[in-house]
Design a protein around this ligand. Structure first.
Ligand SMILES: [Zn+2]
Ligand SMILES: [Zn+2]
Length: 593
């Protein structure tokens, strides 16, 4: 049902086709399930397709989808026209009452004003709808029902729970096949699935949704990422600090978060002695306090204060997804305090760092979005002039670095415009991984100062930047990017040493000990399994190198290893150690097959 529900009427042919397929689905369902009530059935963009909500009055499972789909096909082949009628209100009500369609009656009561009620017929099936639709069911050639989930009538959890059937429809069978194949590939790479299969992280109801636990192998990858990030930042003149996850609520009153960001914040903890503590939603106020520990002079600027700091944001449960959207995350955060004259260089430096991280981590596909002020909600601080100035500075920095960008109107935070680095997950859903944000507001609210060259007190500008994003989101991205086959430097197990027989155990241990001495993460597979089974298991875990040692290796002091691309090396143990440690130190990307 388009137009009368919460969805827009579309003139995009693909959306019209998909919405028409939703009608076809409802027509098939009403034939197969007498007494079923249908609610709404819009086309949707993400994922591309449609759904229809039904009240079956009983449980319906995925196993019933094929039968519904084949009835839809039969109706499609029958070439039934979509007939538009505008009925007098009383007649429309009578038609839907006769059919027992209470949800449609409610929609007529709430959404239709005036006397004419727009309906569409396909055979016996009648829907309340403004259209448009395809001409005939025959125009629907390529579709597939995909899954069933629950949904509340009109999104209200106090109203009945309905059964939502999702499907997708395309202009041609070929487009449909391509899409289904893409979905299958994305499913294999899905970080929630791989995170479980490879034992990287877990989400447990007892801990709570949106609060993932990093398992040992996942924690190893995170430690490597953090070392890489912190070392690079130290080299680029950042100063790393450690600050607590909580602060007095007053700190966020001063920053404005308590007023303007409250919907995402955890409720404050109030104690008997009057103390009010708040889990921090951002790190900025803590870093401002660090800045204010001494009187800063122009010689101290730019001052780049960095931390991988935990942030707490209460995202709605429906939006939580594995490691990608969580309720507590560790942000690769920094706040740069500088003079207005230094601003451009600092913005460029932050972009350059994000680019460097992307290059090393293999984030090859990304785009820039310049997020500007939200005029509609009127949720912003400062003057028009300051915003214009900051927006211009960001645009100029990007342009001077030869980067193209799009403008995200209204996507900025309340205290300043920002550059977002947009990347895509395996399902090609776009999300923000890192940001560079100019802020004239917090320096004012906290009365930040520095002593200028002429001795006068001046106000610094602040740049908030997250160059590699949050550890959680970055991890979810990397899992999908590499489908678990992480570069050697990141992989939790870099080498598996596999002795051919018990007699070779001692040499296998010797090889492992030598590798460990050079900080290589190595395991010895001493299970009494067949050799090909052991090699297969290591490949399933996507281990970068499998070293097989037998009599020949014991005698020669060699290592006979195979990488994930199937390339073999046979070399002296010392040479192998040297090769491996160089690959790790240079953080080389894995060979592409
Ligand atoms: Zn319709
Ligand atoms: Zn900040």
């Amino acid at each position: 049902m388009a137009g009368y529900g919460d969805h827009e009427v579309s003139d995009d042919p693909l959306q019209i086709l998909r919405h028409s397929t939703a009608h076809l689905l409802a027509a098939a369902v009403t034939e197969l399930y007498p007494g079923v009530k249908y609610a709404i059935g819009p086309a949707i963009k993400e994922p591309p397709g449609f759904y229809y909500d039904f009240d079956f009055g009983k449980q319906v499972s995925d196993a019933e989808l094929p039968a519904i789909e084949s009835r839809m096909r039969r109706l499609a082949n029958a070439d039934i026209p979509y007939v538009h009628e505008v009925l007098p209100r009383e007649q429309a009500i009578e038609e839907f009452r006769k059919r027992g369609q209470d949800y449609k009656l409610e929609l007529i009561a709430d959404k239709v004003s005036g006397d004419g009620v727009s309906v569409y017929r396909t055979g016996d099936f009648l829907d309340l709808c403004l259209g448009p639709h395809v001409r005939s069911t025959r125009d629907i050639k390529a579709f597939k029902l995909q899954r069933i989930s629950g949904a509340y009538w009109r999104g209200d959890e106090k109203r009945p729970q309905l059964t939502r059937i999702y499907g997708t429809a395309w202009q041609t069978q070929r487009e449909l096949d391509d899409y289904l194949k893409f979905l299958e590939e994305a499913e294999k790479r899905d970080h929630k699935k791989l995170g479980k299969d490879l034992k990287l992280f877990t989400v447990d109801d007892r801990v709570g949704p949106g609060l993932p636990l990093w398992l040992p192998d996942g924690a190893t990858i995170r430690r490597e990422l953090e070392r890489f990030i912190v070392d690079e930042e130290l080299m680029r003149g950042y100063l790393h600090v450690r600050t607590p996850d909580v602060a007095r609520l007053d700190l966020y009153r001063q920053s404005g978060h308590a007023q303007l960001y409250a919907e995402y914040m955890y409720p404050p903890m109030r104690f008997e002695d009057g103390e009010e503590l708040e889990l921090r939603p951002v790190n900025c106020p803590h870093h401002i306090v660090v800045y204010q520990t001494e009187l800063r002079s122009y010689r101290d600027l730019p001052l780049r204060i960095a931390e991988i700091g935990n942030n707490w944001r209460y995202e709605r449960s429906g939006t939580l997804a594995g490691m990608n959207r969580v309720r507590a995350f560790a942000l690769n955060d920094a706040h740069i305090f500088c003079t207005p004259e230094q601003l451009m260089d600092e913005v460029k430096g932050a972009i350059d760092l994000a680019l460097y991280f992307s290059k090393v981590l293999g984030i090859d596909e990304f785009s820039y979005r310049l997020s500007t002020r939200d005029d509609v909600k009127d949720k912003w601080l400062g003057t028009e002039e300051q915003w214009e100035e900051a927006q211009a500075a960001l645009a100029e920095a990007l342009e001077s670095m030869g980067q193209t960008y799009e403008v995200g109107k209204g996507e900025a935070a309340f205290y300043g415009p920002k550059i977002d680095f947009q990347v895509r997950d395996a399902h090609r859903r776009e999300f923000t991984n890192s940001t560079v944000q100019v802020d004239f507001q917090l320096p004012q609210r906290f009365e930040l100062e520095y002593v200028a060259e002429d001795g006068a007190r001046k106000r610094p500008v602040m740049v908030h930047r997250g160059a590699a994003g949050s550890m959680e989101r970055l991890f979810s991205y990397l899992i999908e990017r590499y489908a678990g086959a992480f570069p050697t430097w990141l992989h939790p197990t870099q080498v598996v040493v596999t002795p051919i027989a018990d007699a070779h155990n001692e040499y296998a241990q010797e090889v492992a000990a030598r590798l460990r001495a050079s900080r290589v993460r190595v395991e010895v597979d001493r299970r009494s399994e067949r050799l090909d089974r052991k090699i297969r298991d290591a490949k399933l875990k996507k281990v970068p190198y499998v070293a097989v040692v037998g009599g020949k290796e014991v005698e020669s002091g060699h290592v006979n290893a195979q990488n994930r691309a199937g390339e073999k090396v046979d070399m002296a143990l010392e040479s192998f150690v040297e090769m491996l440690t160089a690959e790790i130190a240079e953080r080389r990307r894995p060979p592409q097959r």
